[in-house]
Structures are given as structure tokens and as C-alpha cells.
Design a protein around this ligand. Sequence first.
Ligand code: FES
Ligand SMILES: [Fe+2]
Length: 384
Amino acid sequence: MAAPRLNAETRGIVAKLKTYADRTLPNAKTMPREVYTSQAFQELEKSRIFEREWLCAGRAESIPKAGDYLTYKIGDQPVLIIRQKDGSIAAFSNVCRHRMMRLLEGKGSCRRIVCPYHAWTYEIDGRLVAAKHMERTNRFDVGKVELPKVRCEVWNGWIYVTLNKRSASVARKLARLDDVIRDYHAEDYVEVDRQEHVWNTNWKLLSENFMEGYHLPVTHRKTVGAYFPVEDTRFAAGKADDNFTFQWFTKTEDAPVGTAHAKNKTLKGDMRRTSVLGSVYPCHMFVLAPDHLWYLSLHPLDTERIHIVYGLAFAPELMAEKGKLKARIAEAKAYLDATNEEDRFVVEGLCEGVKAPLAEPGPLSWLEKENLDFTRYILRCMTR
Ligand code: FES
Ligand SMILES: [Fe+2]
């Protein structure tokens, strides 16, 4: 896929962004305002970031049976992700081969994929098997039509899709992150809640917000912030990875949730109350705690609106305690809904702020190291 070229406007923004990316952390600043507000920059992101990267569409265990599906969008491409009869997961263009109607919506289960427009019918492996009243059409052979495949991989239980035919596998790109989270066995966690929302913000403002713990004691003082002493934040030593960033948070001893269940035998010592806050570029973010995880995946609608997929999953030890499950889900959901609401408040406020003529990017704290890593990532994407 040929990426559109930079024009005078985007060239200027990229040149400015480079001066920010070149700064060291003690001299680092928030990205220039235009990075968040320019339509032309956003349009370039579509081809240079979203159509080239692996993006997270949801959790594999949330579509356990053949025909279970979920839908997602990569840039302008609707994608359907569907469990196959052999247990594998496949992804296809979610667009009918007839008049190009979108096929499936949301999340659900089907025996066959039936287009809601004229009922062309596809097997769950993407082959067209029925199309009525096409017998007078020249050179039309049902058996020769199928939905275009989209690359799809599962990593630690998360389903990733990409339009990039040449990109290295997710497993290879995230190998170093695998080393960090292996002992949590996130692939065994089970999704108990999935929601989709539209927020009024730029996608990068939410990505950056998720990366830094600086805001936790303030924005989230009523929720997660109460149990995270930010002074103890730990970053990985050495050079930042090109594909992700993360930090560890060790909770206080009295944290009511987010610590290992007594039956968890894989996490040792302080790791039993440590969470990994990971961001896989560009927009899959997660908090992986010893007893639960939650994650976000974003799809930009325009410079000021994003579509969010948001999920909550429990570790198997919690899933096994069936009697407590319903109450636990309700409690965790209320807690995370409140946390998300707190984040929505700030990222929508930021979106208003970055448009202000008197606003200027301010200096970063050492706790916002990952924001500088992200600045450099955006620059790399825009100049590759
Ligand atoms: S557009 Fe799908 S059947 Fe006509
Ligand atoms: Fe937050």
C-alpha cells in the first residue's frame, strides 16, 4: 500500500515534531498542538500508522465456538474476526463482494455470514456459497468468490489484525514484552465485559494518558489512584522498544483488588501485587494485574472523536469461584466504569485544550518518560 506523501502542512508538523523527539527526558515537552489538531496529519496517520500496524480487536476467548465473531475497523477497512470449525481464528474484509455492503456488526454468533442487503451468503471461512438470481449474469461463479483475508494472530489471548502483508509477526514484535508478562498467563484470563464507546478526543491524547502514571493519584484519587504509590514506578532499563512501552506498578499491601489469588502459584514475592501497564503501539493499552486485566483499543473517527473498545477479563482462579463471580463482575465493572469516566473527563478536556490559541506544550515529568517514547514512535511512523 503506497503511503500518501507529506504536503507542506504535514512536512512542517513533522519537522517540528522532530525537534521534540530529539529532546532528552529532562528537556522533553508535550507534543506540538498541530499533531492533535491537523486533519492532514490525521489522514496521514491512517496510512502510515493504522493500515501498517498490528491492532488489537479484542479477546480470543470471547469468541469460543465456531461461528462466534466480532467486528473491528482498521482505518477505513471494516474487518470481521470469526472462530473457524478447526478452532483457529480467521479475519476477513467485512464487506460484501456484491454491492460492497458491510456484512456483520458488533459481536455475535452465526452459522453462515449472510449479507443484510441481498442475502449473498458466505461460509464462516469466507467462501461465497449462495447468491440468488445471478444465473443470467455472465462469468459469475459462486465457487470463485470469497472474502479477502486479513492477517490475524493471537498474542496472550488478544486478537491482533493488520492490513500489512509484510509486517513481522506479533509474537516477534512483542517478544520482549512477552518476557515481562509471561508469568501472568494472560492467555488464560477470561473476558467478562466488553463495551464500545465514542469519546470526544484525539486518539493520541488517550494513548498518552494511558501510558503515564503521573495522573493516577490526582485524576483517579477515588479509584485506582488510591493504591498506586507513583514514586515507586519502575521503567525497563535500557533502550526503549520500537513497538511498545510499559511500566510496573506495585500496589500497597492493603489494595482490595489487583493482587494474586491464594491459588495463583506462578507469581512470586512483590509480583503478587504488581501490575504491568502496557501500551502496544499505536493503540492497544492494558493493565495486567495478577487477578484481572483490562484493556482498551482505539479507532480514530476524526481528530476529535475516537471509537473505543474496552474489555475486562478475570484470571482463572477468580473464574473458578463461581459463587462469587456475579458479584465480582458487578463490582469490577463499576470500578472500571468509574475509572474510565475519570479518564474520559481528562482526555476530552485535553482535546479542548490543544485547540486553544493561547495553549503551548508544557514540560514533562520523569513519570512521563513513555510520552517521550511515544513522541519518537509517532515521528518514526511519519518519516518511514
Ligand atoms: S451487497 Fe451484499 S448481497 Fe448485495
Ligand atoms: Fe487514567
